[in-house]
Each structure stands twice: as C-alpha cells, then as structure tokens.
Design a protein around this ligand. Sequence first.
Ligand SMILES: Nc1ncnc2c1ncn2[C@@H]1O[C@H](COP(=O)(O)OP(=O)(O)OP(=O)(O)O)[C@@H](O)[C@H]1O
Ligand SMILES: [Mg+2]
Length: 371
Amino acid sequence: MKNECKDYLRSMSSFDRNKPYNELPLLPPRQELETPQVLRKTISASRALAHLNGALINLPNPHLFLDTIHFKEAKASSEIENIVTTNDDLYQSVVAEKKFDNPAAKEVISYKNALWLGLQKIDRRPFVSTNLCIEIVQTITNNTAGIRVTPGATLSNSQGKVIYTPPEGETVIRDLMANLEKFINQNDSLDPLVKMAVMHYQFEAIHPFSDGNGRTGRILLLLYLKLAGLLDIPAIYLSEYIIRNKNAYYKKLRRVTEDQDWESFVIYMLDMVEHTSRDGLDRLEKILELMNWTSGQIKSGLPKVYSKELIEILFKLLYTKRKHLIEAGLGTPKTIGNYLVELEEKGFLKSVRVGKEKLYLNYRLMEILES
Ligand SMILES: Nc1ncnc2c1ncn2[C@@H]1O[C@H](COP(=O)(O)OP(=O)(O)OP(=O)(O)O)[C@@H](O)[C@H]1O
Ligand SMILES: [Mg+2]
C-alpha cells in the first residue's frame, strides 16, 4: 500500500486512549508547523542556543566540565522516574574505589554511559537509527531488551487512568521507527529545532520499548542538537527543564495526539531550548568566574601548590583524590598529601572519608552545579 493511502486510512480512524494507537500518523506531519508564532520562537531559541554554543567552544578546555554536567543531566533525567539519589553517593561513586550498591546511583551512571555511547556513535556515523536507539535503551536499563514485543503496554496518569496506549506489534513499531529514522536524517527545509520537537513527540508516541522511552528520547534530543550542528559540546540541562515542567510536557504530548495541536508542543520544546540555553550560559559564566577566582587565590595564597593542571583537575569532577593528582605528575605522594591538607585548611576543598579513602570535594563548584 502506498504511504499516502496508508496515511489517509490513518487519518480516518480516530484516537482511542484505550486502544493501541497503530494509526499514529507518519512523519512529516501534514499540517503547517512553522506558523508565525513558531518561527518567532525559533529565532529566539536559536539565538540563545548559539550564544551557549559560542561560549562553550571558546573555552580553553571545552570538555573539562562535560563529565560533571552530564552527571547532573543524568541525575535529573533519572529523577523523573522518582529515583531519588543523593549527590554524595552519586558523585562519590565516580571517583571512589568503594563500590556503591545504591541502585539509584547505578541507574544514573548507566544513563550517563548511554549518553556517551550515543555521542561517540554519532561522531563516527552521523545518523540516528533504530539500532542506535536500541543500544541506548539497553545501556540505560542495563538489559538486553529490544523493541517492545509483548502487548498490553499503556501509559497512565498518577491516578492510574490510562491516557495513552502506544502502537502494538513489532512490525508496526519497526515500520514507524523506520519512518522516524528517515525523517530525522533526511534533508528538508524544516528548521532543525522544529524538527527536533517533532522527532521527540513521534519517538515518545511510538514508545518502542517497554521501559526507558522517556530517558532514551531525552538523550536523542542532545544527540540531535549535536548532529544538527547547533550544540557541538552537549552541555545543557534539558531534562531538568522537562522535570520542572512535567505536567505541561505531558499535557502538550497528549494534545498532539488528541487534537493535532503541534503548535503548542513545538513552542514548549522551543521554550525549553531557550530557557536551558540561557541557564546554561549563566552557569558556565559562574563556573568560569569561580575557576579564575580559585586560580588567583591559590596562586597568591599557596604559590607552591598552584599549577594550571591542579586547577583543571579540581574542576573536572566534583570530587578529587590523591591518586588523581599523583597520576597527573603534580608531585610525590607525600607532597600531594601536603597540598591537599593545605587546600582544605585554606577552605578550597572539603574532605570526606569514603570507605578506605579520603575524597576532596570542590564544594563551591557543587553549589553552582546544584543551584
Ligand atoms: N500521552 C503521551 N503520549 C506519548 N508519550 C508520552 C505520553 N505521556 C508520557 N509520554 C512519554 O513517556 C515517557 C515515559 O516512558 P517510559 O516509562 O518508558 O520512560 P522512562 O525513561 O522509564 O521514564 P521517564 O521518562 O518517566 O523517566 C515520558 O517521559 C514521556 O516522554
Ligand atoms: Mg519507566
């Protein structure tokens, strides 16, 4: 059957929240997406994003903060599912030798790994495929589950009422994913940010997996920004925004399904880009200020301890330890031990014992990151 014909049949059948939505319309949407209001918002969102991108690529070491930023993004994204994890466990587990059996921290780490995996893959092959989505979800959920094959998946609201039943049947899901894949990767005249919004809705509406669709969909947003050349260094907190505005987000998703209201959804997503870009830029400026300040203070107060490498290590991850500084060749174990004591005495770091080791927290950086 020709696609236009399938589309026509799809448009004839209406949505029923209790029935698998196998008639989910194919992409691109038939209606005009770039309305005057959308276009206006696209301009301000792109501008904010471009400012952030410019600031990031002009950093002397643009990848320095990425680890920390991705942890925070991973944490926010995982929290949507009410996985509460303390920062201490989470950030400490990255550097500590002690094994943490905190399942929430593990989940956050898996999410971060999935994000890295995705970024590496698109660096090698700039293409978003169904298989890439499968690899991402498997990394997030730490299992080998692929496309949803068992029937009966539903999405319910907090009162347990079914609000959406995603398409059912592996072939149906794979066909929809193939259409999405084509839409994402093909060249067309749609603004990339509008395209990102459409792609996100469609991915969530297909709901290809039994779990992890939200998290995979949010990772795809970052991958897409990079692919589209809009954000070369993926340092933006999209998930935090979605969590803060979760009710609106859920409502807008439903309105696309129920009323074909693409405009409000696209505007919601553009707002997200604009706000998070501005926040990102603010935060980045604060971090740079703190880094300069710390650098100056250590240089004048502890001139023997100061080195550019030391400052970079203190800002790479929230916690550091003796081993990191020794490995960076900053001194003998004894000297490094003394450096850390002095840095703590002067109030630059706070130490904490974790298992058998001492970790040193750059608590001022933590404050900026968590504000
Ligand atoms: N009405 C809806 N139509 C389509 N997709 C929806 C709808 N309501 C919610 N969603 C999407 O489903 C996601 C949740 O799916 P799932 O539980 O598989 O993902 P998750 O990653 O485990 O959870 P979460 O996103 O809550 O962290 C939401 O994040 C949202 O993107
Ligand atoms: Mg889930």
